[in-house]
Design a protein around this ligand. Sequence first.
Ligand code: COA
Length: 334
Amino acid sequence: MIHGKARNVIITGTGHAVPTRVLSNFDLEKMVDTSDEWIRTRTGILRRRVADEHTATSDLAAQAGRLALKDAGVSPEELDLIIVATITPDMLFPSTSCLVQKNLEAWGAACYDLSAGCSGLIYGLDMAVHSIASGAYQRALVIGADCISKVLNFQDRSTCVLFGDGAGACLLEAADQAGVLASRLGADGRGWDKLLLRGGGSRHPASPATLAAGWHYIEMCGNDVFKFAVRIMVEASLQVLADAGLQPEDIDLFIPHQANIRIIESAAQRLNLTEDQVYVNLDEYGNTSAASIGIALDEAVRSGRIKGGDRVLLVGFGAGLTWGAMIIEWVEKA
Ligand code: COA
């Protein structure tokens, strides 16, 4: 049972959704001065999925959410909380979670969005765990969803090759069994300018000038984020392992945020994790931001890579700067 938690919380359903359109490294070679070889060796990414002009974040989020509900055998009316973690909401307001609620017809749910970059899913899970553990809520749907392609400058090779679109969802409920063993969140706002979308908010409202400056696109200090990521993945993992009284060898599956294979390998090596303890799918999807850990978790569960009793370590980092880590003892569905 985690600190301050009155009852246990388990994930009873998972789901994910990605757009059908595939954008390969070879496609990008035709759009910008890059190469498959550079992208593959520097990031591990081979291809990513990209939403079409009719698809927004709430569409993918609702699709993933519906699958998680189905997986759990829970109907939308039974939900009392929907949290969508995203940095690419359909619009500044209303929240994307309200649009998801409308799509799912989950009229009994309170809804809010959460902005924690690529740590978003873990932030959302942590919030839902505490909300359920306190007794205030019974069933929460947490969705990490982003259409980063919509805010990418496809002439900027330093960012456009890294990201893809998608959504990953988890249904959480109270339970007697172990479930979430430990969870940690953190942030360092001093790194606010390492990864950002400058325009369109109250600091720099959208205008012809912000458009001309390209402030509707992602900006990133790649090297600084890389160094931060390698350090924080290890620190956050060690903290949450200590909270749960576990060692790295007790972890059956490590699901890191899927940003760059070199970041993942470096963290895994420092944590003394073997290759078969680490889940990687960034070759297929690139960095799907708040969706990445949810997509990986759903794939791992559905493919049988995670079984009842397994201990799963989730760890993420992202814009803010933010980070989060969580250990779950997986409970097989009855
Ligand atoms: N294709 C070809 N060359 C590229 C390129 C691309 N897509 N992007 C950058 N380059 C070039 C650079 O211009 C630079 O050239 P130069 O030496 O002539 O100046 C060279 O490749 C090396 O650039 P550098 O930035 O040092 O590469 P890197 O090995 O650090 O990798 C990232 C860059 C972005 C892949 C890496 O820093 C990274 O993954 N950072 C973390 C990003 C991240 O995870 N963000 C999301 C966080 S949630």
